[in-house]
Design a protein around this ligand. Structure first.
Ligand code: BDR
Ligand code: CA
Length: 314
């Protein structure tokens, strides 16, 4: 089983990813950390606590994380995508369980040391908590097995950004943190829009999941209605499945094509939030790329397999 620490800003597709981590026997969920993103930190944290109870994983600790990006001003939220409450305005009972007392960055550092060599970090929101954890413990990378994150847009298959022509939202919301994570000496896989825009759950798929997928399937159908209304412009009906696709990659990368090469993030200016990869083997006179660790950018995905694997959990 893959030991996973899930860093999240729930978020409708975050909730779907958490359902996967709760239900998939290949996953051992060690902890959940929250971050600002789709909605403010108070809301993402409350949602994480409520979802933990909704999915019956009350034993998994939830630690609250960053309220704002490292450098750029605290910005806009995505309530037009996820609803004002972050879950498509579906209301969950007030959570009864308590938060872990540790800040997310400290929690990440302690879990990485406790599960040294085993832990896979799966961040699916802005990368602020991971960056703070790196600052807290510069030795963190040697304890972490890998980072598999939802974020980035590398421009393959004509997929650009979703916040600007070049920037994906999680990276855009804290580009300085993302560049720290991309250039730290640990293996990072970017599950970006190049693949997540390909993983479309159609209206028919969601309706069938809602009707035949038990209580959890029905819940996911409910929360995705709002999301579907937003994504109609891109899918013509249905949703792009971002965060659960990152979980799929963390559990089994064999459904993905990964392209190796150092990755940097543009932190300022009109291209802020752009992810750029120096593809392995390419030569450029600018040598500052040579010192960067090699990471992986997903450029292909077996959509049928990812959708079937998700459906089978319900
Ligand atoms: C990412 O941004 C958020 O809105 C989603 O939850 C996902 O993590 C997609 O760009
Ligand atoms: Ca997210």
């Amino acid at each position: 089983r893959t030991r996973i620490l899930f860093d999240t800003d729930p978020g409708i597709d975050d909730a779907m990813a958490l359902a996967m981590l709760a239900l998939d026997p290949r996953a051992e969920l060690i902890g959940i950390t929250t971050v600002f993103g789709n909605v403010p930190i108070e809301r993402t944290t409350r949602n994480a606590l409520a979802l933990r109870e909704r999915f019956g994983i009350d034993h998994v600790p939830v630690a609250r994380g960053a309220a704002r990006p490292l450098v750029k001003p605290a910005g806009d939220f995505a309530d037009f995508v996820h609803g004002a409450n972050g879950l498509g305005n579906v209301v969950l009972p007030e959570p009864a369980g308590a938060l872990d007392p540790r800040p997310a960055a400290q929690f990440i550092v302690e879990m990485a040391r406790q599960h040294s060599g085993e832990l896979v970090l799966v961040p699916v929101g802005p990368l602020t908590n991971l960056a703070l954890a790196l600052q807290l413990d510069p030795e963190l990378p040697r304890h972490v097995r890998e980072v598999v994150l939802m974020g980035g847009a590398f421009g393959t298959h004509g997929h650009g950004g979703n916040m600007s022509p070049v920037a994906e939202a999680n990276i855009f919301n804290d580009p300085h943190a993302a560049d720290l994570v991309a250039t730290a000496p640990w293996p990072v896989t970017f599950v970006g829009l190049d693949v997540t825009h390909e993983v479309v759950m159609t209206t028919a798929y969601l309706d069938e999941l809602g009707a035949q997928g038990g209580a959890h399937g029905a819940f996911i159908r409910d929360i995705t209605r709002f999301y579907e209304a937003f994504y109609e412009f891109r899918t013509g009906g249905g949703i792009c499945c971002h965060d659960a696709t990152a979980v799929a990659c963390a559990l089994d990368a064999s459904a993905f094509v990964r392209r190796p090469g150092a990755v940097r993030v543009v932190t300022e200016g009109m291209a802020a939030g752009q992810t750029i990869q120096r593809v392995r083997g390419s030569q450029f006179p600018a040598t500052d790329w040579d010192a960067q660790p090699e990471q992986q950018a997903c450029t292909g995905v077996d959509v049928t397999r990812v959708l079937a694997d998700f459906r089978r959990l319900f």
